[in-house]
Structures are given as structure tokens and as C-alpha cells.
Design a binder for this molecule. Structure first.
Ligand code: C2E
Ligand code: MG
Ligand code: MG
Ligand code: MG
Length: 285
């Protein structure tokens, strides 16, 4: 009996694996098609400076408008692109698109602002990442300090000794470096101190958990850490007034979340830059 059951289990497991593999292959094929036929788009979500209420940076977030499936969220296709290696081509497209949008914004002579671009672990692990970024900066006459790369905590902490060199190469170009989803991985504090990073980005799960004592304690600890290490700090995923108030009171420098704005089309960026998002806290005198 056991043997028969074992075989049934094995077959079941196999079928499930097959279904997953088929689904991934399908997604891979559709994503290749989508990239080729312009189904990807970028949106930009503002990052607001708490001392002024104005937008000082924008995070580029990719969107996939699938003709049949509708909007496919990045949480579904980025992991596939990461496994298949398509993230490399996708990442190149993202940078080119960011360059194009910046030329458009510059033509409107807007206030200067930073643009944050997400770099996935596989992209970060490419040996030619810094060359790619250098080429981008040189070919686009883009002021390097205007570009911030968001790297995940786990990507930079895995093989940290090698990554220090890599991060230094990127810093030499002059770009800013942020640690995304901070607090969800396993940071070694001694490495954190040695890494040439500029910004800690507090993961949105802690902001969502802010109403619990544990959530608030973690946020307080990250804010204290960033102060000690002299790093810029941003909280993401702000969805309500209470979260905003707490973070402002705790001197978190930058805020990002649906409470202020969803990620918007590039054409909507000029309006965002003219707006004061904390007008109720900074009434006009
Ligand atoms: P992330 O870099 O941590 O980006 C933040 C995510 O939180 C975005 O989801 C954003 O739309 C969402 N978000 C912003 N404000 C709020 C809020 O108030 N509440 C909640 N619940 N969510 C909020 P999105 O756009 O779906 O992207 C998900 C992830 O996909 C990103 O997480 C990033 O890791 C990845 N991703 C997005 N675009 C790119 C890209 O161009 N390249 C790479 N490599 N990864 C990307
Ligand atoms: Mg990010
Ligand atoms: Mg994040
Ligand atoms: Mg995330």
C-alpha cells in the first residue's frame, strides 16, 4: 500500500511541477512578446521630503499591460524574469525609458529631483552592472547624483565582501545607493557600516504594522540606526494620516505611499512637483 501511495504522491508532485513549469514557460514567452511589442510601461511614485512637503525624488515602477490578462503586477512577472534571466533585458529597457522620461522632464525645466530605479539581485550580480550604469550616465548627460539605485538587502548582504567592491564601483560613478525593503533580510551591522550606501528604505510591512508596539519599535530602531550611520531614511507604504504623523514626529526624512500618491504616468509628474503634500502641516503664512 505504502508503495502505491508513494507512487501516487510522486505522480501528483510531478504533475504539479509540470503545471508550474508550463505556466512559467508561458509567462516567459508572453513577457518576451510583451517586451518586444511595447506592452511594458513605467509609472513614477513620488517621495516626499518631510521638512518641506515637496517631492524630491520619484521611484520608477514597471507595469505590464497584457492584452488579455490586463495589468500584470510586478510581483508576478519580476520573479519569473529574474529566474529566466529576462530581467537583464527588462532592466536595460527600464533605464533607457527613465533616460527618455528625464529628457522630457528636463525640456519642461522642472525643479531638480532624483529618480530611483530598482535593481534586482540578478542584475546586481552581473559583472558588468557598473559598466552599464556608467555608459548610461555618459550617453545621457544625466547628472549621476540624480540617479539612485535601489538594491535589496539580501542581494547586497549575500557575499558581502565581494559586494563592497561592487558598491564602491557604483559610488565612483556618482550615483546614490539605497537599500530597499530594509529590515526584511539579515543585515550585518558591521557590513552596513562599511557599505558605501546613502539611503535605507524601511520596508512597507513595518509601516503597515505601525499600530502595533512591535511595528513601531522596529521603525524606531531603523530610524535610530540610520541616524547613527548618517544615512538618509525613507519609509514606504504610507497609507494613512496616523502613519504619516508618526513618521514625521520621529524625524523620518522621506515618505512614500498611496496616502500621498499612487505611481503616476510621466506626464503627471510636473503637477506632482508643483504640489505641497504636507500643506496642512506647513500652512502658508
Ligand atoms: P518595491 O521596490 O519595494 O516597490 C514598492 C511597491 O509598493 C510598489 O509595488 C508600489 O507600487 C507599492 N506601494 C507604494 N505605495 C504603497 C502603499 O501605500 N501601500 C502598498 N500596499 N503598496 C504601496 P509594485 O509597483 O507592484 O512593485 C513591486 C515590486 O516589484 C517592487 O517593490 C520591486 O521590487 C519590483 N519592481 C517594480 N518595478 C521594477 C523594475 O523596474 N525593476 C525591478 N528589478 N524590479 C521592479
Ligand atoms: Mg523599490
Ligand atoms: Mg521596497
Ligand atoms: Mg518590495
Amino acid at each position: 500500500v505504502a508503495k502505491a501511495e508513494g507512487r501516487a504522491c510522486y505522480r501528483f508532485y510531478n504533475e504539479e511541477m509540470n503545471a508550474q513549469a508550463v505556466e512559467q514557460l508561458k509567462m516567459e514567452e508572453e513577457l518576451r512578446h510583451g517586451m518586444q511589442f511595447g506592452e511594458l510601461e513605467l509609472r513614477y511614485q513620488p517621495q516626499i521630503e518631510t521638512s518641506t512637503g515637496s517631492v524630491v525624488s520619484l521611484e520608477a515602477l514597471v507595469r505590464w499591460k497584457h492584452p488579455l490578462r490586463g495589468m500584470v503586477p510586478p510581483s508576478e512577472f519580476i520573479p519569473v524574469a529574474e529566474r529566466t534571466g529576462q530581467i537583464i533585458e527588462l532592466g536595460e529597457w527600464v533605464m533607457a525609458e527613465v533616460g527618455r522620461h528625464c529628457r522630457y522632464w528636463d525640456s519642461l525645466q522642472l525643479e531638480p529631483f532624483r529618480v530611483s530605479v530598482n535593481i534586482s539581485p540578478l542584475q546586481f550580480n552581473q559583472s558588468n552592472l557598473s559598466q552599464f550604469i556608467r555608459d548610461f550616465i555618459e550617453s545621457s548627460s544625466f547628472a549621476p547624483h540624480r540617479l539612485e539605485l535601489e538594491l535589496t538587502e539580501s542581494a547586497i548582504m549575500t557575499d558581502a565582501e565581494t559586494n563592497i567592491v561592487k558598491l564602491r564601483e557604483l559610488k565612483e560613478i556618482g550615483v546614490d545607493l539605497a537599500v530597499d525593503d530594509f529590515g526584511t533580510g539579515y543585515s550585518s551591522l558591521s557590513y552596513l557600516k562599511r557599505f558605501p550606501i546613502d539611503t535605507l528604505k524601511i520596508d512597507q510591512s513595518f509601516v503597515a504594522d505601525l499600530s502595533s508596539p512591535d511595528g513601531a519599535a522596529i521603525i524606531d530602531a531603523i530610524l535610530a540606526l540610520s541616524k547613527t550611520l548618517n544615512l538618509r531614511v525613507i519609509a514606504e507604504g504610507i497609507e494613512n494620516e496616523e502613519q504619516m504623523q508618526y513618521l514625521i514626529r520621529s524625524n523620518c526624512e522621506l515618505l512614500q505611499g498611496y496616502y500621498f500618491s499612487q505611481p503616476v504616468y510621466p506626464e503627471e509628474v510636473p503637477d506632482l512637483l508643483r504640489k505641497n503634500f504636507l500643506a496642512q502641516l506647513f500652512p502658508r503664512h
